[in-house]
Design a protein around this ligand. Structure first.
Ligand SMILES: *Cc1c(COP(=O)(O)O)cnc(C)c1O
Length: 374
């Protein structure tokens, strides 16, 4: 579980973090700058290329007179708005400083030292950071074809498994699994294991076989569905995420939540964003227009594009010197287009690229064409 040698922490010459903490690789966010390039385009963090809803911006600005006040601690205005919009019972909702905080809270609430979490081998990094901090083991299931495989996940589950994390659609792969696959996974898990369905990219998928997870939360006592305002709603800066879960679980996890974890501008902007369906639709339309185009164009250059159901594409590069993912990163960056390296996710030969506006997408394809020719 931990590589740190066992030592008597009481006799250490200086404070020593508990076992496991120093085994956590610091999170490295996507690059935002390139040396020597002014105003590069950041395509490295799956942010909303359209910005955020004008209504949300207005609501954010309206909060300026309340900066001296503590927020209402349970995010009730957001709770009611989400309950109404999605038909969800308010007492089953939990709010976080981004969905990252929700994952952290679930880990803290369910993991003891020696327990484990199960996720896909290319799973989102945030799950494991919190689990390691709880001195839990991270179990990574193989993902053939960059896709969650139910049987591989189940092979990893044992008596110490407390949480299973599935991002659907997933990041950084962009792949998704069907509702019946999710249900088969769930059916084979012991009822004591929490199945966390991370729906950060839920707004970008419109496949008929996809299931959003809410019905499963109602049907079972061990399913959690999370959502975020960071992607479709373009409010990543404000850090608002939420989860729909069984009421008993919400009541338990809520005990360790920091009292004022969602700030006032974030709550107000979140409510306003939910009321701007036109902005959501514009975002979805943009992604649905350019995702197949990018997939086809980049594929036409002889590169592997993993089929995506999210607002980004994952591109595989050859191992040939001069043509690797690292070389492509340098080349794109020099043209002011910043992709995301995903070596830290076990994908050293891939780059993840956020879908942009038409001119951005064309620039990406032109740059990759020149890169492959060079
Ligand atoms: C972006 C993302 C999130 C959202 O994180 P926030 O903390 O809500 O900004 C969650 N899960 C995955 C897989 C993501 O890519």
């Amino acid at each position: 579980m931990s590589d740190t040698p066992v030592l008597d922490r009481a006799k250490a010459p200086r404070p020593v973090p508990k076992p496991g903490i120093l085994d956590i690789a610091p999170y490295v966010p996507g690059k935002a700058k390139v040396e020597g390039v002014e105003h590069p385009l950041k395509l490295s963090a799956n942010e909303n290329i359209l910005g955020s809803s004008p209504k949300a911006r207005e609501a954010f600005a309206s909060a300026v007179d309340q900066l001296h006040m503590y927020p209402e601690g349970r995010s009730n205005i957001l709770r009611d708005a989400i309950g109404a919009r999605f038909g969800l019972e308010p007492e089953r909702l939990l709010f976080g400083c981004g969905s990252d905080e929700i994952f952290q809270l679930l880990n803290q609430a369910f993991l003891e030292p020696g327990d484990n979490i199960v996720q896909g081998e290319y799973g989102f990094g945030a799950y494991a950071i919190g689990a390691r901090a709880c001195q839990a083991e991270i179990r990574m299931a193989r993902e053939p074809n960059y896709r969650i495989d139910v049987d591989e996940m189940l092979k990893m589950v044992d008596a110490r498994t407390r949480l299973v994390f599935v991002a659907n659609p997933a990041n950084p792969t962009g792949t998704w699994i069907t509702g019946s696959e999710v249900r088969r996974l769930h059916a084979a898990l012991p009822p004591s294991v929490v199945l966390v369905l991370d729906g950060a990219y839920d707004g970008f998928i419109s496949e008929p076989d996809y299931e959003d997870g809410f019905a499963m939360v109602r049907e079972f006592e061990n399913v959690v569905a999370t959502r975020t305002f960071s992607k479709l709603h373009g409010l990543a800066a404000l850090r608002v995420g939420w989860a729909y879960m069984p009421a008993e679980m919400a009541a338990a996890v809520d005990r360790i939540r920091l009292p004022f974890n969602v700030n006032i501008p974030a709550q107000l902007a979140g409510v306003a964003a939910l009321g701007d369906v036109a902005f959501e639709q514009a975002t979805l339309e943009l992604v649905e227009t350019w995702r197949p185009w990018l997939t086809q164009q980049i594929g036409g250059l002889g590169l592997d594009v993993v089929p995506s159901a999210a607002n980004f594409v994952l591109v595989g590069f050859p191992k040939t010197p001069g043509k690797t993912a690292a070389d492509a990163d340098t080349f794109l960056s020099s043209r002011g287009l910043i992709p995301r390296r995903v070596a830290g996710y076990g994908l050293p030969d891939h780059l993840r690229i956020t879908i942009g506006l038409e001119e951005h997408n064309r620039a990406v394809v032109d740059a990759l064409a020149d890169f492959m020719k060079a």
